[in-house]
Ligand binder design. Structure first.
Ligand SMILES: Nc1ncnc2c1ncn2[C@@H]1O[C@H](COP(=O)(O)OP(=O)(O)OP(=O)(O)O)[C@@H](O)[C@H]1O
Length: 285
């Protein structure tokens, strides 16, 4: 098992009105990375660049320790890709997927695919074009899982799913992650997904990495604070959107783990609250 499931350095994509420039993007093998950012931040472009499916420049880019330009077939055999842009032909139904697309993968597991189809109550003979968006997402995910990938890359996999289906899909991904050489990268707007399964979170903004960190570090560092009287001087530069209260000050502190010695009360935030607080940093400062 290579140390990194994804290792990319100096990754660049130039579109007429958008530029992606990512100095480093590492996903250690065996972990889950959530990719977040506002609409148009570059999440899909980053995924495309990693997969070499958009004209990109990279100083170094390896998936599962291999280079796409040299070992594309080997890599694609071991990656489960789920994205709106790589969908099945509309006329195909599940049986046809088994016959026509399954054989492209060395380890396609028909009985596993059929058991997933049953579990998700998907029709075997309905054409893909007649599926709802949620059914399409589920079929794409289970098809990707059925060829026993080592790395799953999913672009907003839960966007069209109802809450029950979302939980089912997250459970499937959680099960997938029980094998220690399995890794997962997924982009999402739903921070509850990250709460459940992400080990790392990378946030993009205007084609750049705004922050990339373990979820634990993020949640230990960015916390709500409340203090009585004056705000301690040493925390002022690490405070977002401070608000005066009857007793003193409150707001969001970005270095809570280093400032615990101060007479300040820190309370953990949810990832959604952290994202919203991060947003304030560039709009309000
Ligand atoms: N093929 C393309 N040609 C030109 N510009 C593109 C192309 N694909 C994407 N872009 C531009 O790149 C930028 C980033 O788009 P991208 O789809 O990567 O964002 P995203 O973070 O995935 O957004 P969302 O959350 O809305 O899915 C956008 O400004 C988009 O218009």
């Amino acid at each position: 098992m290579s140390e990194y499931a994804i290792k990319a350095e100096n990754l660049q994509v130039h579109y007429p009105n958008f530029e992606l420039a990512v100095d480093q993007f590492y996903l250690p093998s065996g972990y889950v990375m959530g990719l977040i950012g506002r609409n148009g931040a570059g999440k899909t472009t980053l995924i495309d660049a990693l997969l070499d499916s958009t004209p990109a420049h990279a100083e170094h880019c390896e998936l599962l320790g291999m280079r796409m330009d040299r070992q594309e077939r080997l890599i694609k055999n071991q990656i489960g890709l789920v994205s709106d842009r790589f969908i099945f032909p509309n006329a195909y139904h599940a049986m046809k997927l088994i016959r026509r697309i399954g054989p492209f993968y060395d380890q396609f597991d028909e009985s596993l695919f059929r058991s997933f189809i049953k579990q998700f109550k998907l029709p075997l003979s309905k054409p893909f074009g007649e599926f709802s968006a949620g059914m399409k997402a589920k079929l794409s995910i289970i098809f990707a899982l059925a060829h026993h990938p080592k790395l799953m890359i999913l672009d907003e996999p839960t966007a069209n799913l109802d809450p029950v289906s979302r939980r089912e899909v997250l459970n499937l991904l959680y099960e997938f992650m029980q094998q220690e050489d399995h890794s997962l990268l997924f982009s999402t707007h739903n921070t509850a997904d990250l709460d459940k399964i992400a080990d790392y979170v990378t946030c993009l903004e205007n084609g750049r990495v705004k922050f990339s960190s373990s979820k634990e570090t993020l949640m230990e560092n960015i916390q709500h604070f409340r203090c009585e009287g004056k705000m301690p001087k040493s925390m002022k530069e690490f405070v977002l959107k401070p608000k005066a209260t009857d007793m003193g000050w409150e707001g969001v502190c970005t270095r809570a783990s280093q400032l615990r010695h101060l007479p300040v009360e820190f309370t953990p935030l949810t990832l959604e609250e952290i994202m919203l607080a991060q947003d304030l940093t560039y709009e309000d400062f």
